[in-house]
Design a protein around this ligand. Structure first.
Ligand code: PMP
Length: 431
């Protein structure tokens, strides 16, 4: 039955009655969306919003080329991953082609969670160890194992999991972060060994999104990687957030850090909104795992999702989105830095490519996180027609992470409106 006759409030009530009663919907007044195209999203109320948040649609909402590819493939062949399908093999080859040579095999999954879970299973199987290390406030997925490895989601961190202090360079400085990922890592590994779990892998989101978006410095993860390899473990780069050109200049976040990961997990933006994810890794690791485990994932690498993923990758390469993202990202960051000079509540601005974090604080010297003000800004931006979100331990970091096709004009629009929203809030610098 169509539900268009319900009011927005009735839809919220219906949502709460059908899903968990506290299931999250963004914003003080949750948005009821109707359609979208490119970087624009249209509400049922007739309002149009600039999407400065969604990385699930890197080449834009309802991108006509992607829609065409999905429809064509759905009308031709969309089946089970145990048949041979040339399209899927072509895409696997194209995807692997974006990685350094040592990462030469892939395994498809349906979600970032499944990709991480597969990578962890490969690591455990290869090392015959069960101990894992993650960064604090990391988020890596929804399964039981990944919940344990996701301190951001309140994961319980099982007995076989160690959590490093965060990569928060704003609060700990470069030296502090380096220590967390060297001395801290070594201690964690030693502890796992002494407790009998042994060390299987370090799993890192290469942009530290949920922890608060930390693109710099780019030296400490390579030190961590050395320790991981000296200890016989694997380095798993979680590229669910950072991958597919998000950070400008390069395709993958780990490349900014000069890393040689053993396994890379990816998902979210891969198929412009369709469930599609993967692990890419050293061929011998993937071969050995599949030999032992008979891993099978019914819908992974299905034709329709892969045809969307292939179109996304082609657009990223054809339209040189790595360069575009770099250029627009620098423009955005420059504008945000200017705002920091005018608004005292901005304690820090950081970013790479089209992934920016704006740290909202109540006291710049003490770097006191101000969640309330950050939420007021995010809600103020929605009211002025811009979608953003928040991240970090205290939810005080405003997250700007738009589709990759965002333009400089779109970035200016965000900056102008952010300026207005901040001006209306108290504690403006010099006031
Ligand atoms: N890793 C990271 C870094 C993520 O941000 C997420 C999702 N936000 C995941 C893994 C899990 O991906 P999915 O929701 O597709 O399972």
């Amino acid at each position: 039955m169509p539900t268009v006759s319900l009011t927005d409030a009735e839809l919220q009530t219906k949502r709460r009655s059908l899903f968990a009663s506290n299931s999250l919907a963004f914003y003080r007044t949750p948005l009821v969306l109707e359609r979208a195209e490119g970087v624009w999203v249209h509400g049922r109320d007739g309002r149009t919003y600039l999407d400065a948040y969604n990385n699930t649609v890197p080449v834009g909402h309802c991108n006509p080329e992607v829609v065409e590819a999905i429809c064509r493939q759905a009308a031709t062949l969309n089946t089970h991953s145990r048949y041979v399908h040339e399209l899927v093999l072509d895409y696997a080859e194209e995807l692997i082609g974006t990685f350094p040579e040592h990462l030469n095999k892939t395994g498809f999954t349906c979600s970032g969670t499944e990709a991480n879970e597969l990578a962890l299973r490969i690591a455990a199987s290869h090392t015959r160890k069960t101990g894992f290390v993650v960064a604090n406030f990391a988020y890596h997925g929804t399964s039981m194992l990944l919940d344990d490895l996701s301190p951001f989601a309140g994961g319980t961190s099982g007995a076989n999991v160690r959590v490093l202090k965060p990569a928060d360079v704003y609060r700990f400085g470069e030296e502090g972060v380096l220590n967390h990922f060297t001395e801290g890592l070594q201690e964690a590994i030693d502890d796992l060994e002494s407790k009998g779990f042994g060390f299987a892998a370090l799993l890192v989101d290469t942009i530290f999104e949920s922890g608060g978006i930390f693109p710099h410095p780019t030296n400490f993860l390579s030190s961590a990687e050395k320790i991981v390899h000296q200890s016989g473990g694997l380095f798993i780069a979680d590229e669910v957030q950072a991958g597919f050109a998000r950070l400008g200049e390069i395709m993958w976040g780990f490349q900014r850090h000069g890393l040689t990961p053993d396994l890379v997990s990816m998902g979210k933006p891969m198929a412009n909104g369709l469930p599609c994810a993967a692990v890419v890794g050293r061929g011998y690791l993937i071969d050995a795992f599949y030999d032992k485990s008979h891993y099978f994932n019914t819908f992974a690498g299905g034709g329709t999702a892969i045809s969307a993923a292939q179109t996304v990758l082609n657009i990223i390469q054809r339209d040189r989105l790595t360069e575009h993202v770099q250029e627009v990202g620098e423009h955005l960051l420059f504008g945000l830095m200017r705002l920091m000079q005018q608004h005292e509540m901005i304690g820090d601005v950081r970013g790479a490519g089209l992934f920016a974090g704006i740290e909202i604080v109540s006291d710049r010297d003490a770097k006191t996180p101000d969640n309330k003000a950050a939420q007021a800004v995010v809600n103020g931006l929605v009211e002025s027609g811009i979608l953003t979100g928040s991240a970090g331990e205290f939810g005080n970091i405003i997250k700007i992470r738009p589709p990759l096709i965002f333009s400089k004009e779109n970035a200016d629009y965000v900056i102008e409106n952010l300026d207005e929203v901040l001006t209306k809030l108290p504690r403006k610098l010099g006031s």
